[in-house]
Design a protein around this ligand. Structure first.
Ligand SMILES: Cc1ncc(COP(=O)(O)O)c(C=O)c1O
Length: 375
């Protein structure tokens, strides 16, 4: 498999740990180990006593049991824990696809969802969304595309990079169309639980369909990216077994230390989610105000969930140049849309971190200085 450079990850590798202000990251304000352990009496002592041997390759039973609470009808045997969501993306495609298989992928997308199947020799069909439609891709397009034999369909709601979230009826239609066509639905749900209106939360695909795979992670809504714990959830035993087969060649198993902490976080999920939601909603209000004040320069489809959005330069200019000038002048980091493919007029805004409003003030002052020549 010949993978292209992952431009988004290379951009962060070059800039994330040197930039003074992060205005584009996709995770939420991280918790410390101490904060997490303090959520339960006796947790610190149990953590200190944990043997650091190999872990159950499916994921610790306590962790899989705790993760079942995120779904309606999952049992521990329906879950396969991975090192982050990223590893599960790799194991899914590597186990399910044969060269030449057709895969329909929502666009834009977190690029491994598209580039891994392409690198495995699949024929990738982009299923595009448009800002004008709130980035919800068109169901008729999917219906037509599924007329040709298709191995898998890939969606990501709440969506990276736009924060789009369809109505649950639309999501049910997507699930139904995939089932009718005999295509496995791979549903990346890593931003689930960060819906601004909890009533908008979609059911997990794995609960709606016996063949679909749902992808969850501790990185985003839970603010625990450093745990590197993700999970595939599915009643499709054949697909999960295939993913486990590939995982034996990647990580084999996770770390008992981070799986312990992830299980604890899931047990205390209401508290943790309330915290990340509060930070995200406060920052969203500031971002919404910013976008209204700067409507002469930027437009967006307001996000419905998650800590990111994908604004566009109103004059169709190159957002990458703006990102470069901002970084050079202030040390504040935005993510240029080009890392998602043909979206050079866009940039990603990330508002899950506690210091977002300070960073936004830096961007505001920079735009004031640039005046109407900001593009
Ligand atoms: C949609 C989506 N899927 C998967 C991942 C990978 O998640 P992780 O970093 O937890 O492996 C990300 C990370 O940004 C993402 O945005």
């Amino acid at each position: 498999m010949k993978l292209p450079p992952f431009e988004l990850e290379r951009y962060f590798a070059a800039n994330e740990f040197t930039a003074k202000r992060l205005l584009c990251v996709s995770d939420c304000q991280p918790l410390t180990v101490g904060e997490l352990l303090s959520l339960k009496e006796g947790a610190a002592e149990a953590f200190a006593a944990l043997p650091l041997g190999y872990a159950d390759s499916r994921g610790a039973p306590e962790l899989r049991q705790a993760a079942c609470a995120l779904y309606e009808g999952m049992a521990p045997e329906n879950l396969l824990v991975h090192v982050g969501a990223e590893e599960a993306i790799l194991t899914f495609f590597a186990s399910v696809l044969e060269p030449g298989d057709r895969v329909i992928v929502q666009a834009p997308c977190y690029r491994s969802l598209r580039d891994v199947p392409a690198a495995l020799g699949a024929q990738v069909v982009d299923w595009p969304g448009r800002q004008e439609d709130g980035w919800i891709p068109d169901l008729d397009f999917l219906r037509t595309a599924l007329a040709e034999k298709t191995r898998a369909v890939v969606v990501n709601f709440p969506h990276n990079p736009t924060g789009a979230l369809p109505h649950r009826d639309v999501f049910r239609d997507i699930v139904g169309l995939c089932e009718q066509a005999g295509a496995v639905l791979f549903s990346d749900e890593v931003y689930r639980f960060l819906e601004y209106d909890p009533a908008d939360r979609l059911p997990a695909a794995c609960d709606l369909s016996e063949t679909a795979v749902s992808l969850g992670v501790m990185s985003k809504s839970f603010g625990l990216a450093g745990l590197r714990v993700g999970f595939a959830a599915s009643r499709n035993a054949r697909v999960l077994a295939g993913m486990a087969r590939i995982k034996d060649y990647s990580s084999i198993c996770g770390s008992p230390a981070t799986e312990f902490l992830a299980a604890l976080a899931l047990e205390k999920r209401e508290q943790i989610l309330a915290r990340t939601r509060a930070i995200t909603l406060r920052n969203l209000a500031a971002a919404t105000d910013f976008m209204a004040r700067r409507a002469d320069i930027f437009s967006w489809a307001a996000p419905k969930a998650g800590p990111i959005a994908f604004p566009r330069l109103a004059d169709g200019g190159d957002a990458g140049a703006l990102c470069d000038r901002l970084l050079a002048a202030t040390g504040a980091l935005l993510l240029p849309g080009r890392v998602y493919g043909p979206y050079p007029g866009h940039f990603r805004l990330g508002f899950g971190r506690a210091d977002f409003t300070e960073g936004l003030a830096v961007l505001d002052a920079f735009l004031d200085r640039e005046g109407s020549s900001a593009t």
